[in-house]
Write a protein that binds this ligand. Structure first.
Ligand SMILES: Cc1cc2nc3c(=O)[nH]c(=O)nc-3n(C[C@H](O)[C@H](O)[C@H](O)COP(=O)(O)OP(=O)(O)OC[C@H]3O[C@@H](n4cnc5c(N)ncnc54)[C@H](O)[C@@H]3O)c2cc1C
Length: 337
């Protein structure tokens, strides 16, 4: 524990950045988190639409395999931050649904962003702040946002961003080149509310042989608003890349048609429709190094892409980055840089 802990700037308030920030704050570090979004969560996102419609348009659910993450999930379960989604998840191919092997699937309550909100509680998070530059000076790291506002100096900088965005921020540090080698695929998401319930005997499906890769009845997840039949459709990586620059208005009808074809159903009237493009959705560094750390520069890099992708990987990567910083700070912090 430090009197007034070393100062840390965490860029990115997704699960990785927040897991890192939370652990550091719990060790007495003086942490500031920056995110360009309106709220924390990054790709664990929930869009709410009046009246009573909610859509997890990014991460759909998560699993917990590593004991460290399983412990965190167990604590969130007790506190009601997450719940198990008991929905029936199938593989859908040629209109035929086959059950997938059962496994605990967890979701944030009342939306996927609940985990990030819980991690962010009591942390200093500067929202709507896109960090344009971060530079190491003799005094420490200086962070400059796109409006020209500065913050710092910080003893440590944590880049908790999708790989291509980490590459942009960190250049010319050698970690930028490493991040640039990890491509991430895009994903078009369509958010739908039907006026009447869509009659299919399952709640989520991995779709094969279709522009779609995943569809889920969002309203089947625990703690979602009752009443409306809300669905999230995800297009596959190839289709999303081919249609990357299409407008949402062009994407929605194409994926609605694909949904009807995949289910073999006439869809009920649509009461709400929207599309969201994730430019960076999934991707993983095959070397799976969990975190990158340069003690001399006081620089850590974390994110799902360093730990196998997905929510669990993001959490483990952020926690590992915090561990490296805590150990380094117990050494000669003042000489870093
Ligand atoms: C469509 C989709 C479906 C998915 N499905 C699943 C699933 O079912 N299960 C699962 O486990 N995982 C899933 N994932 C992956 C999961 O969402 C991610 O692995 C995880 O949320 C990544 O967390 P992160 O903190 O590494 O990155 P992010 O969540 O991307 O966080 C990075 C943050 O950095 C911010 N940022 C970026 N640039 C800047 C900047 N210059 N300045 C300030 N802030 C910046 C962003 O706003 C963002 O909040 C899915 C992802 C998508 C997009």
């Amino acid at each position: 524990m430090h009197e007034r802990g070393p100062r840390v700037a965490v860029v990115g308030a997704g699960v990785a950045g927040l897991a890192c920030a939370r652990a550091l704050a719990d060790h007495g570090f003086d942490v500031t988190v920056f995110d360009k979004g309106r709220g924390p969560g990054g790709r664990t996102a929930t869009r709410r639409v009046d009246p009573g419609l909610a859509f997890d348009h990014g991460a759909q659910y998560f699993t917990a395999r590593h004991p460290d993450f399983a412990r965190a999930v167990a604590a969130w379960l007790v506190r009601g931050v997450v719940a198990e989604w008991g929905g029936r998840v199938v593989k859908l191919e040629g209109g035929v649904a086959t059950d997938t092997p059962p496994q605990p699937r967890y979701v944030g309550v009342p939306g996927m962003a609940a985990v990030a909100a819980d991690l962010a509680a009591t942390l200093a998070v500067r929202r709507a702040t896109r960090v344009a530059r971060a530079a190491r000076t003799p005094a420490g790291w200086q962070v400059v946002d796109e409006a020209g506002g500065g913050a710092g100096p910080f003893d440590f900088l944590v880049a908790a961003l999708p790989a291509p965005q980490a590459a942009e921020l960190l250049a010319p540090h050698p970690f930028a080149a490493e991040a640039a080698c990890t491509p991430m695929t895009p994903c078009w998401a369509v958010l739908l509310a039907f006026a009447d319930r869509l009659d299919v005997p399952w709640d989520g499906a991995f779709v094969h042989g279709s522009p779609l890769s995943w569809v889920a009845r969002n309203s089947s997840k625990p703690g979602r608003p009752g009443g409306a039949d809300c669905w999230v459709l995800h297009a596959g990586a190839g289709w999303s890349a081919a249609h990357l620059e299409d407008s949402p208005d062009a994407v929605v009808p194409l994926l609605l048609y694909a949904f009807a074809a995949a289910t073999g159903r006439t869809l009920p009237p649509v009461a709400y429709r929207a599309a969201h493009r994730w430019r960076y959705s999934l991707g993983a560094d095959p070397a799976a190094r969990t975190t990158l750390f340069d003690a001399a520069a006081g620089l850590a890099v974390c994110g799902d892409w360093l730990a196998g992708g997905r929510v669990e990987g993001a959490f483990l990567s952020g926690a590992a980055a915090a561990g490296r910083i805590v150990r380094a700070a117990d050494g000669p912090v003042a000489s870093a840089g």
